[in-house]
Design a protein around this ligand. Sequence first.
Ligand SMILES: Cc1cc2nc3c(=O)[nH]c(=O)nc-3n(C[C@H](O)[C@H](O)[C@H](O)COP(=O)(O)OP(=O)(O)OC[C@H]3O[C@@H](n4cnc5c(N)ncnc54)[C@H](O)[C@@H]3O)c2cc1C
Ligand code: SF4
Length: 473
Amino acid sequence: MLMVESDHALARLPYNRERRVLVIGGMRRLADRLRRDGWAVDLRRAPTLFAGVMAHATEEQPDRLVVAHPTSRSGLALVRSLADALPVPVEVREPVGFITRPGELDEILGKRAPRMDTFYRDMRRRLDILVDSHGDPVGGAWSMDKENRKPPPRTRDLGAPAPWLPPADDPLDASLRREFAPLPEVGEGGERVMAADTDEAEAALDRFIEARLAGFGPHEDAMMDDDWAMAHSLLSGPLNLGLLSPERVARRVADALGDGAPIASVEGFVRQVIGWREYVWGWYWKRTWRDANALGAEAPVPAALWGGTTRMRCVQVAMDGIHRRGYSHHIQRLMVLGTLMLLRGTEPWAATRWFQAAHVDGSAWVMAPNVIGMALYADGGQMMTKPYAASGAYINRMSNHCRSCPYDPKSATGPDACPFTTLYWDFLDRHRERLGQNPRMSLSMRNLEKRQDIPAIRARAREVMAALDTGVD
Ligand SMILES: Cc1cc2nc3c(=O)[nH]c(=O)nc-3n(C[C@H](O)[C@H](O)[C@H](O)COP(=O)(O)OP(=O)(O)OC[C@H]3O[C@@H](n4cnc5c(N)ncnc54)[C@H](O)[C@@H]3O)c2cc1C
Ligand code: SF4
């Protein structure tokens, strides 16, 4: 069994320190386990993956190379170049960690429009998860979103039981933090929150199902100042590392229905795993993403996200999670960090690289569709029917951040105006022509037409953008 720690891959971006701890720690733990199970393991450090495989092949003279289907186009190109360079056959097997194959999304959707809901229904039926004997949805509806989109409670935190966490004094984690300290990085790290081997992954899954699943649904879209994890599962890392099978995770969660877990939470979670996650994986292979920039966005990533300061409370809270743990939850990624970059007009590939560097669970396949397609609408609406553009009113409704923020979510102009609110109206104004043709944006566009203060919004937006770029907001 060959495993290569590539210097090039480790230093490609200023990754979050906890990302290197999770990924390299996961590889070293896996190597130890395989050795205990009797495998001969060659875990080596090399300048690149290519160099590592070639050096192994020279030393060990294998008669073939067997690899799992890579999860990125660059990985696939690497395997092809190895096949050209090696004198032995290279066999590519199924990808690890997914239910569907690359290219299968199109087969499943056929001639139907590519919509997540359509795909998800088919997946439920195909896997026989949460469907009755007639193929109808258990609970009477395919989506329980209406029950699930509740604002946060008026308590200090959600009150969900604590998630599974690894021991804070794990010696391998500590030594990896020291080892990688010289590399450029995002965040101070110090808190690994995701499972890095199969035993840990099983413990994290058990804990989530037993203690936290019931609370997942109602507040899955909410954010709170003093609750970094809410009732999220923290399973993206172990799923992406191949430590958990997504199908088994979905089945175990669906089975929890029989133990009394509420259908809204069970359905909400199953949709994330066999719906969104597989849909995003399918979309990654449907097109190339590098040059997508339908809205002509050219701005840099806001300085506050690269370590600058900000007074925006919602951004502060998300960045605190990234600095400490390399984690922000879905709504922070989509409706705070992603929306800020959408409204500012951040160049999509720069945004994608930032997300990938900042979070412990990033990979090419998951970042590109989520950032470029979902958060930034830079594919021009292929993946989503409308942009996730929202003003401070959304964050005010779905979080308690605005209460302790110096900005006013209701104001679009003036020194106290919420940057999200100013930029929201300015975004609609800047993209009047394109968005005006989208029927799903008609209400927003009508509201824009009613506004009398567009010149003042434009002027304030220029100030907000300059402040975001220089980090003095
Ligand atoms: C801009 C943006 C960037 C993102 N970057 C990543 C990333 O780098 N890596 C990553 O794994 N996910 C990413 N996501 C998806 C999602 O936000 C994370 O999977 C989730 O926040 C991880 O935390 P969790 O395990 O506690 O998730 P939970 O809220 O507990 O959700 C359960 C699981 O559902 C899956 N899931 C849900 N939504 C998605 C989705 N849109 N795409 C893929 N999987 C999904 C994940 O495996 C997740 O573990 C991103 C989403 C957005 C909008
Ligand atoms: S007022 Fe605006 S910037 Fe402040 S927390 Fe609310 S949405 Fe964020």
